[in-house]
Design a protein around this ligand. Structure first.
Ligand SMILES: *Cc1c(COP(=O)(O)O)cnc(C)c1O
Length: 388
């Protein structure tokens, strides 16, 4: 079949984006708004903030949680709280720009380390050779909610006395051997941005390993203010407001259903795309409760018949808007390009994955028929296109 014929057969009437938030029931949010209108308490640790912070801790099974206005400020504050404010931090180039940027803002040099070809996370076997006397911490990312090799990373951190701060922006609700993924490392950042699995419109949280750290973060996210006349640290404004907190409380009620729905859609994708020549699908890891936040595939251009960039463009003709998460690598940005660790020959796996990765649409309100149709499209494109 020609491309034109495929397009007229399979094209969606309306755009299918890579992600779409599942909205809380409007009348429930309206009830929360009425409460906020009555109290006129809009931010600064109000009733909704207190309720949400507590409920989130219970959901995660982690007692030390701080809510934030967004995940980036949370990560910025995490480094401040752990005094990671000079030297070098080993991190991944295969991430969202916020990850290396928070290092830059804290006057720390990122040192890019290559990734594992299956999990897309920092490859622990490659971390150790990058440790220098200047290294102060490791900042790994649980990419697409796949847990990093947390035991190996902790082993290296213990050996060299390094802090471990996880960017868990993708990892909400993920559990390893029955425990929250946020139980590993000194701190874990969660993002509640509108594109994420769990959202408060904008928002985020830090999960830390001690009450002492939580208290320090409470000061740092509120200008360092201890009371009306005492400022104990050079803090910032990282507070989550009452509307976001109210939204978050409602999201908590439906998050398990959201994950279950995405799991079904993931299984559908897998069953329909398995065996497509040139496509590599993710795998399940033993002992991990995944969150199914993303559906990434690797496109081997030669075997699939068209490369990732072409597939990305052609899918748009069908009104399917996939995303190249994460392309280009952060090591290619002008800010980081001159770093020796960012040179492409030192990051062969990350370079290839960034070239081949494509995230297909997945979200709780996506219909199974839509997933089936996206799979039909991808499979027909694989078959129809001449090898290049
Ligand atoms: C979304 C995201 C962030 C930033 O979170 P915000 O809440 O948008 O500030 C950081 N790291 C990764 C990996 C992300 O995907």
């Amino acid at each position: 079949m020609t491309l034109d014929a495929l397009v007229s057969k399979y094209r969606f009437e309306t755009e299918i984006y890579v992600s779409r938030p599942t909205m809380p029931p409007l009348e429930r949010f309206h009830e929360s708004l009425e409460e906020i209108w009555r109290s006129r308490w809009l931010t600064n640790g109000g009733a909704f903030h207190q309720r949400f912070e507590k409920a989130l801790g219970v959901y995660l099974g982690m007692p030390h949680v701080n809510l934030f206005c967004n995940g980036t400020i949370a990560l910025l504050v995490a480094l401040q709280a752990l005094r990671v404010t000079s030297g070098e931090v080993i991190t991944t180039p295969f991430t969202f720009p916020a990850t290396p940027h928070v290092l830059h803002w804290n006057e720390v040099s990122p040192v890019f380390c290559d990734i594992d070809p299956l999990s897309f996370n920092l490859d622990p076997a490659k971390i150790e050779s990058l440790v220098t006397p200047k290294t102060v911490a490791i900042l790994p990312v649980h990419v697409f909610g796949n847990p990093c090799d947390v035991d190996a990373i902790q082993g290296i951190a213990d050996k060299y006395g390094l802090k471990v701060i996880y960017d868990g922006a993708h990892a909400f609700g993920v559990r390893v051997r029955g425990r929250s993924i946020a139980a590993w490392g000194d701190m874990t950042m969660l993002s509640f941005h509108a594109t994420k699995l769990f959202t408060t419109v904008e928002g985020g949280a830090l999960v830390s390993s001690s009450e002492r750290l939580k208290t320090r973060i409470d000061f740092l996210k509120n200008f360092g203010i201890a009371d009306q006349e005492t400022v104990v640290a050079p803090g910032i404004n990282g507070k989550m407001n009452e509307l976001q907190s109210a939204w978050g409380l409602l999201q908590l009620e439906t998050i398990e259903k959201e994950i279950a729905t995405r799991r079904e859609l993931t299984e559908l994708y897998r069953s329909r795309l398995e065996g497509t020549k040139g496509l590599t699908l993710g795998t399940e890891t033993l002992g991990v409760d995944r969150n199914y936040a993303y559906f990434p595939v690797l496109v081997d251009g030669k075997r699939f018949g068209m490369d990732r960039d072409r597939l990305f463009e052609v899918l748009k003709l069908f009104n399917v808007f996939a995303r190249k998460y994460f392309h280009p690598l952060c090591s290619h940005f002008s800010t980081y390009r001159s770093l020796p660790s960012g040179s492409p020959d030192r990051l062969p796996v990350a370079e290839r994955v960034a070239r081949e990765i494509l995230c297909l649409p997945i979200y709780g309100t996506l219909e199974p028929e839509h997933v089936a149709r996206i799979c039909d499209i991808v499979r027909s494109l694989a078959q129809s296109s001449p090898a290049r």
